[in-house]
Every structure is written in structure tokens, then in C-alpha cells.
Design a protein around this ligand. Structure first.
Ligand SMILES: *[C@@H]1O[C@H](CO)[C@@H](O)[C@H](O)[C@H]1NC(C)=O
Length: 315
């Protein structure tokens, strides 16, 4: 008797991505190099209480050499998975350069690189910066959704037939930009995933955005995007609560409130197996960022200290 192959539907418990966001420069504008990224990625992995072995990037370009960003070899040497970012608000020439550097990375590093890539984000908050809210906050140049659709399709054809073929191509924007459906429904239709940035700390227009309401505000934001997602998966690309900074509405920056927000929102995201890139490992190295708002889960120092400012363990 011949046994048919058993095609049991084994429930896969593939762990979701858990990581931080990584800019290309330190807070004083100094450009990071491979050893800097390696220090950050190793500290993120080895944080006391929790491990964050994934990195979201904002650009493919190394600012000083114009080569591939040195976060890529650092991710390879530290086995850090990658949500790549292609900066999209630098005009058509700037975006073409991002796509060229993506191709260069595939050619230079091959499968050691492509195996680590979990997705590619075309831009970061570009549409928000074209809205009344973005203009009012002087957020800088942005990109209209229809132009981003063209960029998304450009990236999909650039990676087809390469080691990145089939990797999800998406876009990251603020939750209330995604829910502005008369503006962004076409972009939602074009992406493979929706990257959601949501910060109850900044939502001073809400009745009260104090820490005691932050968890429910966050999930209201999230569920509003789920409702317009056209079935696309949502990835949490940025959230966090500052340890230092001005009071915004009723939101008070403090280590205690950052700890509470992390334990209430971060730990729920992890438990729900949602891909999460927290904001952030360290943003005050070597000085507080512009505006004086510090979201870091750890103190200054290079490499970043692995002892966090508050408990990251989700117990
Ligand atoms: C929604 O989109 C319009 C453009 O169609 C823009 O003017 C407006 O500022 C957007 N609102 C928000 C909350 O993003």
C-alpha cells in the first residue's frame, strides 16, 4: 500500500519581527559607519530583558561614500533582519539613486543580504508631509500618493528576477494619513503592506492624551487603519513614548510613562505577533535630538548600553 504524503496544516508559529528604527546619522548629524551599526544591532539583540534582532532603515545610501549604506554589511555580520527604506522625498533623481543602491546591494552582498530582508518601504511619512498637518508642522518636502504608487511599481519591477523578488513592497505613513481614504486609497491598493506610525503622545487634539488613555488611543488608531486596509497586512513601523521632552496636550514625557506605554502597547504588539519596529533604541547620541524629545529605551554611549532605562521584558 502506498502512503499519500501527509500535507498536514501545521500551525506555523513564525515569530513576528521585533526591532528598532535606525537613522543613517547620529543626532549631531555625524554619519554612522559599519562599526556603529554593528554596535547598535548587537546591543539591540542583547538588551537585558528582550531581544530586538530586526532593523528598519530609512535610506539605502551611505552619505559620505555614496556607496550602499553600511548598515547592510553590519546586518549581515550581526544576523539582523531588515525592513529596508528607500527615501522618497528627494525628487525623482534621488529616488532613482535609492533604487540603484538597492540593486547594488543585491549585487555586492547576494543572498547573505537578501535572506535578511523582510520588506522594502518606499518612503517614510511622505504623504503626511503633503497634508495640512505636515505643512503646519514644517515637516519638509513630501510626495503625493499617486507619485508614490509609481515608485512602488518601479521598485517591484526593479526587484523582479533578483534575490529580492517577491519581497513585500510597502509604504510607511502616519495612521491618520492612511485613514484619509479620499487621498490615499490608491496607494493602499498598490502596496503589499501598510507601515503604521502612531504616537498618542503627539495627539493633543484628542480629548485627553495622557498616559492613562494612551493604550486605547493607540489601538483606536490601529483599528482605524485596519478598517481601510483593503486586506493588506499592517506592520507597526514607529511608536513609542518619550522619556524626556515637553508636555503635549496631557501627555507627559517621563521614564515611568515610557515604561508604562511600552508594557501596555509594545508588549501587546509582540503578543499579537505583529511586526514591530519600536521608536527607538537610542536617539540622544551624542546630544538630544532637535526639539529635545528623547524616545530612547537606553541611555547614551557607544555602543548603546544593553541595560535599558526601564524593564523591556514583557513579564
Ligand atoms: C487629507 O487629504 C487632503 C488632500 O486630499 C489634505 O488636504 C488633508 O490635509 C488630509 N488630511 C489629513 C488629516 O491628512
Amino acid at each position: 500500500m502506498r502512503f499519500a504524503p501527509i500535507l498536514a496544516l501545521v500551525a506555523t508559529t513564525l515569530a513576528a519581527e521585533k526591532g528598532f528604527n535606525y537613522g543613517a546619522t547620529f543626532s549631531d548629524g555625524t554619519i554612522k559607519h559599519q562599526a556603529d551599526f554593528e554596535g547598535e544591532f548587537n546591543s539591540a539583540k542583547n538588551m537585558v530583558g528582550n531581544s530586538f534582532p530586526s532593523a528598519r532603515l530609512y535610506t539605502m545610501i551611505q552619505g559620505d561614500t555614496n556607496g550602499v549604506i553600511e548598515a547592510i554589511p553590519a546586518a549581515i555580520s550581526t544576523k539582523t533582519t531588515l525592513l529596508l527604506g528607500l527615501w522618497a522625498s528627494g525628487g525623482v533623481d534621488g529616488f532613482n539613486a535609492e533604487v540603484q543602491h538597492l540593486a547594488d546591494a543585491v549585487n555586492q552582498y547576494g543572498t547573505a543580504f537578501t535572506d535578511l530582508v523582510v520588506g522594502i518601504s518606499v518612503g517614510s511619512e511622505d504623504v503626511y508631509r503633503t497634508t495640512d498637518l505636515g505643512i503646519a508642522s514644517n515637516a519638509g518636502p513630501g510626495v503625493a500618493p499617486n507619485d508614490l504608487v509609481n515608485y512602488v511599481n518601479q521598485v517591484k519591477s526593479a526587484i523582479s528576477g533578483t534575490g529580492l523578488s517577491g519581497k513585500p513592497v510597502g509604504h510607511v505613513d502616519t495612521y491618520n494619513t492612511w485613514t484619509n481614504t479620499s487621498y490615499t486609497a490608491g496607494l493602499t491598493a498598490a502596496v503589499d503592506f501598510i507601515g503604521v506610525d502612531a504616537y498618542p503622545y503627539y495627539e493633543s487634539s484628542k480629548v485627553t492624551n495622557g498616559i492613562e488613555n494612551a493604550q486605547s488611543i493607540f489601538w483606536d488608531d490601529w483599528n482605524a487603519v485596519v478598517a481601510i486596509a483593503q486586506g493588506k497586512p499592517l506592520w507597526l513601523t514607529e511608536t513609542g513614548w518619550p522619556v524626556e521632552g515637553p508636555t503635549v496636550g496631557q501627555a507627559v514625557a517621563s521614564v515611568d510613562n515610557a515604561a508604562r506605554y511600552y508594557s501596555e502597547v509594545g508588549c501587546q504588539l509582540f503578543a499579537a505577533n505583529i511586526n514591530t519596529w519600536w521608536f527607538t533604541l537610542q536617539d540622544q547620541q551624542p546630544v538630544a535630538p532637535a526639539g529635545g524629545v528623547i524616545f530612547a529605551v537606553t541611555g547614551p554611549g557607544l555602543p548603546p548600553p544593553t541595560t535599558p532605562l526601564y524593564d523591556l521584558s514583557c513579564q
